[in-house]
Design a protein around this ligand. Sequence first.
Ligand SMILES: NC(=O)c1ccc[n+]([C@@H]2O[C@H](COP(=O)([O-])OP(=O)(O)OC[C@H]3O[C@@H](n4cnc5c(N)ncnc54)[C@H](OP(=O)(O)O)[C@@H]3O)[C@@H](O)[C@H]2O)c1
Length: 286
Amino acid sequence: MQQRHLGNRTVSAIGLGGMPMSIEGRPDEERSIATIHAALDAGVTLIDTADSYHRDANEVGHNESLIATALRAYGGDTSEVLVATKGGHLRPGDGSWTKDGRPEYLKSAAKASAQRLGVDAIGLYQFHRPDPNVPYADSVGAIAELLDEGVIQMAGISNADVGQIDQAQEILGGRLVSVQNQFSPAFRSSLGELEHCAGLGIAFLPWSPLGGISNAAELATRHAAFQRVADAHGVSVYQVTLAWMLALAPVVIPIPGASRPTSIQDSAAAADLELTADEVASLSEA
Ligand SMILES: NC(=O)c1ccc[n+]([C@@H]2O[C@H](COP(=O)([O-])OP(=O)(O)OC[C@H]3O[C@@H](n4cnc5c(N)ncnc54)[C@H](OP(=O)(O)O)[C@@H]3O)[C@@H](O)[C@H]2O)c1
């Protein structure tokens, strides 16, 4: 599997997004663990999660606990696996997502995440989403303190614009290693942040790269140009979409979600799919 840099770590060019295994519509635990194990078998060494990936109010951190369980149960070596979690979103249990970017909240949430993941220090901790009720500098300042205190090993942000990326980089004293924003064939408005990250050498993790849980099945019909390239290579439209992103910049590391082993097995193969420069250019314009 092709490798990419994320801070001081090297990870698989395709990660696994954990959200579909913990929110509404999730499968049973057995299938989720089989999915995580299939990712590991395929060489995936980046798993994205968040404390808010749960369904009911009383099960905060469902996805973090699930990943920790799957890693413990895996027969092979997991020492190179980077589990990246996030804090700053909450799910009250009615299907909604709320925000809390207060420094004291983020600091206690990170410690709870570390406990659920069963680690002394979280490999990568990402501030999930700016909270309009809290100055961004205060929230990111808490992430800097978590780094200084050794609660987290690396820091990232999510759902950030170019100005916030620069602000976070300054507050973190140059220690910002990743930005996680929505990016897919249907949602390209974060191309500016992707290019900004490429210029800074910061990893860019496209979230919902296949259009999101409820839209992924429509990828081929909504984006015919991607399906045409897929037909030419004899691969799935999902692989072409992920390979196109990888070709945009060496900092790009997509994190496709999965709740079935076959989904992540197929997506992981995108790391080794080579598109021609003409194909990449035509998909960028499609
Ligand atoms: N930072 C943020 O604010 C934020 C927001 C949303 C998501 N995220 C992260 O980004 C990750 C990815 O986003 P997402 O899960 O929302 O959407 P996504 O990756 O665009 O789509 C996920 C869906 O695509 C299907 N799929 C994946 N690979 C496939 C393949 N090769 N063939 C066929 N179907 C395939 C999966 O189906 P099956 O379920 O049937 O396997 C899954 O339900 C999340 O899991 C989460 O970790 C972050």
